[in-house]
Write a protein that binds this ligand. Structure first.
Ligand code: FES
Length: 114
């Protein structure tokens, strides 16, 4: 099911922005001509991803959580980097949830599934 979030002109390049749509809180990130949608809170310890930093490495796009600097791939949400070498419950993180984005005219929609 598609839900309209905002206009593409509402976004600022490379700046994560949080939106509430229906019962969902999501973060949209516009990088060049692409728009990514993620869950609003970090799967590690729940930090607000709106305060994350966008990292561009060639054609790989990441968001770095501001709290403990874990980095997630914006295409699939995969955890790419954590600054701690130790394992264990506190250090564990799921991947970041990524929503499919559709742009129709100037409007951005996310697919929240069924
Ligand atoms: S809360 Fe995001 S890296 Fe820890």
């Amino acid at each position: 099911m598609l839900i309209r979030v905002c206009k593409i002109s509402d976004l600022i390049d490379n700046k994560p922005m949080k939106f509430s749509v229906s019962k969902f809180e999501i973060v949209l990130i516009k990088i060049r001509d692409k728009v990514f949608a993620t869950e609003a809170y970090c799967p590690h310890k729940g930090a607000n991803m709106e305060y994350g930093e966008v990292i561009i490495k060639g054609d790989e796009y990441r968001i770095r959580c501001h709290l403990h600097c874990y980095e997630f791939n914006l295409k699939d949400g995969k955890l790419m980097f954590k600054p701690y070498s130790r394992d264990g419950n506190w250090y564990y993180s799921n991947n970041l949830r990524i929503y499919d984005v559709k742009i129709i005219n100037d409007d951005i929609f996310i697919d929240i599934g069924k």
